[in-house]
Write a protein that binds this ligand. Structure first.
Ligand code: F3S
Length: 272
């Protein structure tokens, strides 16, 4: 059986930077929420003494790390006021999305964020502006009623297909609509190469955290094309998935470390 790893898979620039900078930071270090959506990496960071906290209320001294997903500006202000060090590792692509949303708001647009309403990135974007609307799926479009002009931004890890679908529907609802395409390049590249590979294989394995937005999107994209399985580590691979399969494709979310991907590839090659 042949196994092929997608060209663009695993750590993106934002995640790589966040892990490197966090590892370099000494003293008492706290990350506001898990640094990335990957339990294996979080375990490693814990071993290095980098603690995860839910709120800055839990920290009295030391450095608070803002993860790639970003936070509303008021959270950073509060940490500084408390005398804490702040290392802001918000991915520049997320920052750009926050800025676009603010710009739309300042111009008098109703701000619409296409993304998962409970995802920290989306919470960070909407936390900076008043009365924005989050659209998770086509059904949510009914929330858009009576607005003259809307400004739309996207969670950086949305799928381009879903974004196009939602924009088409939104155009029918408003006189004036401005959009900022804020889906990040790493997401687009990973989705594109995963799709290309999915067309050539008879099973896709997507590796990444179950709570990782971009990994879930990769699963959605591949599922439309071929049988697809989502796993976090090689231990979850099951023999029967590979029966009668000739060619297996593997891809991984932007928060999946190389060693986890390698373990999956090796187990597939050696055991199935
Ligand atoms: Fe940034 Fe995109 Fe990665 S938003 S953290 S480069 S998936």
């Amino acid at each position: 059986m042949k196994a092929t790893l997608a060209k663009n898979s695993g750590f993106c620039f934002g995640v790589k930077r966040a892990i490197e900078e966090t590892m370099k930071t000494g003293g008492k270090v706290y990350t506001l929420g898990p640094l990335i959506h990957n339990p294996q990496v979080i375990e490693k960071l814990k071993g290095e003494g980098k603690k995860v906290v839910k709120s800055i209320n839990e920290v009295d001294k030391g450095t608070v790390i803002i993860r790639t997903h970003g936070v509303p500006g008021k959270v950073i202000e509060r940490a500084k006021k408390k005398g804490l060090g702040v290392l802001d590792l918000t991915c520049p692509f997320v920052k750009k999305t926050q800025d676009y949303a603010k710009e739309f708001f300042d111009k008098g647009f109703k701000v619409v964020v296409v993304g998962e309403k409970n995802h920290p990135e989306v919470k960070g974007i909407v936390g900076n502006i008043k009365n924005s609307i989050v659209i998770e799926n086509l059904g949510d479009i009914k929330k858009i009623k009576g607005y003259e002009k809307i400004g739309v931004v996207f969670q950086t890890t949305q799928s381009s297909e879903r974004a196009k679908e939602i924009i088409t529907k939104l155009r029918e609802k408003c006189k004036e609509i401005e959009t900022a395409n804020t889906i990040c390049n790493a997401t687009l590249e990973r989705q594109k190469t995963a799709k290309e590979l999915a067309k050539k294989v008879d099973l896709m394995i997507v590796v990444g955290g179950y709570n990782s937005g971009n990994t879930k999107r990769l699963v959605e994209v591949c599922k439309c094309i071929v049988e697809t399985r989502h796993i976090e580590t090689e231990k979850e691979l099951e023999k029967e998935w590979f029966e009668n399969k000739k060619h297996v494709g593997i891809t991984a979310g932007a928060s999946t470390p190389g060693w986890v991907i390698n373990n999956v590839v090796e187990r597939i090659k050696n055991e199935f």
